[in-house]
Design a protein around this ligand. Structure first.
Ligand SMILES: C[S@@+](CC[C@H](N)C(=O)[O-])C[C@H]1O[C@@H](n2cnc3c(N)ncnc32)[C@H](O)[C@@H]1O
Length: 207
């Protein structure tokens, strides 16, 4: 994971009021992340690292449209799911750690967002990862009850899905989307070095 860009220069087509809310949300997200880094990550490993919020918001803008459902895998403090809601998506986040889910729900309330968060795993019940060379390790991904039942939706109900994989987890996320997502859905992945990359049907696409 690398040092993040914190610049906030959203596209001009976003109206001023929305731009101001997104900018405030991202700034609050960075403050939450800084506190989490100090209070938790300084003492023990934790897989929560904040994505490049401005780059993710730009990618969401490129893929927004009427009546689209958005899902964030590993939503942490909820910033990206809430941004998706503010941009007009019907937005949901699944996060394994209940304390982070509570933080995300509180943040959504402060932004009068309808984004919904559930505590659980974004891995569907029965999903098994195996890489091409047979490796079944899932990196930093934790285990727990799948969150889709509580969400009330399956992975193939979503039009746009976002994830921030650690090294070695990207292939798993692409595989998961291929096997359980809709063939025409977009998977947005935050790459450690290449920014946010969009995939459809298992292949990266230009946005
Ligand atoms: C790299 S962080 C990304 C956080 C957030 N999406 C962002 O980009 O700012 C990964 C998050 O996934 C969560 N997580 C790990 N395994 C998970 C699982 N199986 N299901 C749901 N969340 C998981 C971690 O607790 C962590 O908050």
């Amino acid at each position: 994971m690398r040092e993040k860009s914190r610049s906030m220069t959203f596209q001009p087509e976003v109206d001023a009021a929305l731009r101001a809310r997104l900018t405030a949300l991202c700034a609050e997200g960075w403050a939450l992340w800084d506190r989490f880094d100090e209070e938790v990550r300084a003492h023990r490993f934790h897989p929560f690292v904040a994505a490049e919020y401005d780059a993710v918001v730009e990618a969401l803008m490129a893929h927004r449209g009427p009546n689209l459902k958005f899902l964030e895998w590993g939503a942490a403090t909820g910033v990206i799911t809430i941004a998706a809601d503010l941009l007009g998506f019907d937005a949901y986040g699944i996060e394994l750690e209940p304390d982070l889910v509570a933080t995300a729900r509180a943040l959504a309330k402060r932004y009068e967002s309808r984004a919904k968060f559930v505590a659980g795993s974004f891995l569907p019940t029965g999903y098994r990862w195996r890489s091409r060379d047979g490796d079944a390790r899932t990196g930093t991904l934790g285990t727990g009850e799948s969150g889709y039942r509580e969400l009330g939706y399956a992975l193939d109900d979503f039009d746009v899905v976002f994830g921030y994989p650690w090294d070695g987890e990207l292939e798993l996320m692409v595989d998961l989307m291929n096997r359980y997502g809709r063939a025409d859905a977009i998977l947005l992945l935050q790459h450690v070095t290449d920014g946010v990359v969009a995939y459809r049907g298992g292949r990266s696409i230009l946005t």
